[in-house]
Design a binder for this molecule. Structure first.
Ligand code: BG6
Length: 467
């Protein structure tokens, strides 16, 4: 294969999140978030009974981790998230120990030569707010706005790249629609209420950022964005009109909803209209249009793991009386990552790039997560103890190759962050599937050990040549 070159100013880095790495879940005044509460209430729901408590022990190991990202992997940037439940107390005021930790982390990133990207929310609602109704309650949207304002004011001189949310599609889907995450609700319409209120929270967060910037609280060169999982939609090769309609709605709810919001400051009218026609009424308040109009961003993060494949639904309404817009379509040629049950389809990132270039030509974006989680990876250690993960090299190579082609064909993609560069805690899958270029050895005090792929990634990140 011919080596592929990515542009000189294309950046490489790592993506991670506070709740999946930090640990010390109950120290320093940290409040419980939904993961902590679920872990306390039913640890059997977590793989090997490993709850949220320790993350990958990042709060102990962060200096070593930053060095590994820079030196072993050749990265120049990395993303993590502030935990709302660590930064603020129950009254919505700053928690001094939380403030001190994030100042220390951001300073350490700078000292390590890494540009930090800070996300404000990664599926980690403080439990006391969830008990007041969570994202179904507009008061929680106001609480988020207060949190965002406090974060911008406190860290605005230290952080250049801010994001309001990671994957705002996921909590509506996992907690409210599919009911696979605590509190296990299965109600499509409630999921849309949550999605709508998160959209309002995002827009209020952007507005808070712009105001903080005008007031000189954040740096002049700071930027704000949103990160979402964009799953390009596909259906059968020879689709019926009903299959195409399923694509329209699934694409509309998961992708266009957020793309329209962050580029035009509005939600896609065709989607909102169809939802209403089918009895799904969004909790719109007077004045919301003006709020959403402020949700346009400076750039966007696209997490890409897998495509969506759908077909016409077999029924119009589900058991709860909610509309059904699509059924899953199993593509016979799909290549699967069996550990995670996710399809591996590298061309999907190219297709996203082409859609973005066509429909949102002014939008600058980067791949904010991409990665491969493998179960039982320790079995692939060689005699020296190094995991031989040539499959991960192949996975990243294929995705970077399609990204390079997308850029060549006009996509405005400016960087790549790998998810889980250092193995971390994956929600209720805990440490089942490992994503890292660096292994975390749970039997040896969270010791970090580079895998085979680490040196390959370093070579690519430092040369920009994908070989
Ligand atoms: C993304 C999330 O959806 O996928 C991460 O932003 C998550 O938080 C990653 O860890 C991989 O998924 P999982 O479920 O295997 O951890």
């Amino acid at each position: 294969m011919e080596p592929i070159t990515l542009p000189e100013n294309f950046f490489f880095g790592a993506a991670m999140s506070g709740p999946q790495t930090e640990g010390r879940w109950a120290e320093g005044g940290k409040l419980e978030n939904l993961w902590d509460t679920w872990s306390i209430e039913n640890i059997d729901d977590f793989y090997n009974k490993v709850g949220s408590y320790v993350g990958n022990d990042f709060m102990t190991m962060y200096e070593e981790d930053l060095r590994l990202l820079k030196e072993e992997l050749g990265f120049t940037t990395f993303r993590t998230s502030i935990q709302w439940s660590r930064l603020l107390d129950r009254d919505g005021e700053l928690n001094p120990a939380g403030v001190e930790w994030y100042h220390r982390l951001f300073a350490a990133a700078g000292e390590a030569g890494l540009e930090i990207f800070v996300n404000l929310y990664h599926f980690d609602m403080p439990t006391y707010l969830f008990r007041r109704g969570g994202w179904e309650n507009r008061e929680v949207v106001d609480a988020y706005e207060n949190y965002a304002r406090k974060a911008f004011a406190e860290f605005g001189q230290e952080v250049r790249y801010w994001f309001t949310f990671n994957e705002p599609t996921v909590e509506p889907e996992q907690r409210y629609q599919e009911g696979v995450w605590w509190p296990f609700i299965k109600n499509f319409n409630r999921a849309r209420t949550v999605q709508y209120n998160i959209s309002i929270a995002h827009a209020k967060g952007v507005q808070a950022f712009r105001e903080a910037k005008s007031a000189g609280l954040v740096r002049d060169d700071a930027r704000i964005g949103l990160i979402n999982a964009f799953m390009p939609p596909y259906t059968k090769d020879d689709p019926s009109d009903a299959d195409l309609e399923a694509v329209r709605m699934v694409d509309g709810i998961n992708n266009r909803w957020w793309l329209d919001l962050v580029t035009k400051g509005e939600l896609p009218a065709d989607v909102v209209e169809t939802l209403a026609e089918r009895g799904c009424v969004l909790p719109v308040r007077p004045g919301d249009d003006a709020i959403l109009a402020r949700g346009t961003v400076d750039w966007l993060g696209c997490n890409y793991y897998q495509p969506t494949r759908v077909q016409a639904p077999s029924r119009d309404v589900d058991d709860t009386g909610c509309p059904v817009f699509a059924d899953k379509y199993v593509w016979p040629d799909a290549v699967m990552n069996e550990s995670r049950g996710w399809e591996v389809y590298p061309k999907g990132i190219y297709d996203f790039g082409m859609t973005a270039a066509r429909d949102y030509p002014d939008l600058e974006w980067f791949v904010s997560e991409n990665g491969m989680g493998i179960e039982g990876e320790y079995k692939n250690r060689d005699a020296s103890g190094k995991v031989q993960d040539d499959y991960r090299i192949d996975f990243v190579r294929q995705h970077l190759t399609w990204i390079a082609k997308a850029i060549e064909d006009g996509a405005n993609c400016v960087g790549y962050h790998y998810w889980g560069a250092i193995d971390n805690w994956s929600w209720n899958n805990a440490f089942k599937n490992r994503y890292g270029f660096i292994e975390v050895d749970l039997m040896e005090n969270y010791r970090r050990v580079p895998k085979l792929s680490a040196a390959w990634m370093r070579q690519v990140a430092t040369s920009h040549i994908v070989s």
